[in-house]
Write a protein that binds this ligand. Structure first.
Ligand SMILES: N[C@@H](CCC(=O)N[C@@H](CS)C(=O)NCC(=O)O)C(=O)O
Length: 205
């Protein structure tokens, strides 16, 4: 059985948790904060959450974890069969993480009442529209990010945008949903998906 280390407050933790639920894999949640404790660094080398424990050892970084889960036997694939379509799902996941989630994350302190430097805010205002335009170029939400089929790119996209948009609105006065045509309807569809609503409910508890 897979052990999932981390906490529901983390959007990355929720990406992995929702993938485990969607794939119908048995897993156990082990509540763990991010930590620089040497014992935890042996599990997750940057001390971040999530990481998972598999029969073969520990694994960190959400995207490789999703790839690993995809390699396990399950009746619910989270990537299409076609190699090019698979690569497109990876492409959009990475574009969202690098150019939207991580850019917005620079202002995370702002959600916790900490001051955010003017330079950081102006860089967010410059870079987030670029990242959103790239996402918009890659998807038409038909209805999912990659078209007709639900993929892990929907999970990565949803849990990236849910946090990134809160930060972007609060800190940089930038509404990411308004910058990605079709994103709002897709976001609402994702929110009511049982795996996602379970993770969101657990986050509130
Ligand atoms: N690239 C990592 C990012 C994970 C991440 O940033 N996790 C946050 C919580 S949402 C964390 O552990 N932060 C603590 C830290 O940066 O030390 C992944 O894909 O899993």
């Amino acid at each position: 059985m897979i052990k999932l280390y981390g906490a529901p407050i983390s959007n990355y933790y929720n990406m992995v948790k929702v993938a485990l639920i969607e794939k119908g894999l048995d897993f156990e949640e082990v509540l763990t904060p991010p930590s620089q404790d040497p014992a935890y660094l042996n599990q997750s080398p940057m001390g971040k959450i999530p990481c998972i424990e598999t029969p073969d050892g520990f694994l960190s970084e959400s995207l490789p974890i999703l790839e690993y889960l995809e390699s396990l036997e399950s009746d619910a694939p989270l990537l299409p069969l076609d190699a090019f379509a698979q690569a497109k799902a990876r492409e959009i996941s990475q574009v969202i993480e690098l150019n939207v989630e991580l850019v917005a994350r620079r202002g995370l302190g702002g959600l916790r009442g900490k001051p955010v430097a003017d330079l950081t805010i102006s860089e967010m205002q410059r870079d987030l529209p670029k990242g959103c335009a790239a996402v918009a170029r890659l998807t038409q939400f038909g209805p999912f990010i990659c078209g007709e089929t639900f993929t892990y790119a929907d999970i990565v996209g949803f849990f990236s945008l849910i946090l990134a948009n809160r930060i972007a609105i609060a800190v940089a006065d930038t509404d990411l949903m308004a910058l990605i045509p079709g994103a709002q309807a897709w976001f609402e569809m994702m929110q009511s998906r049982p795996s996602v609503s379970t993770a969101l409910a657990d986050q509130k508890n």
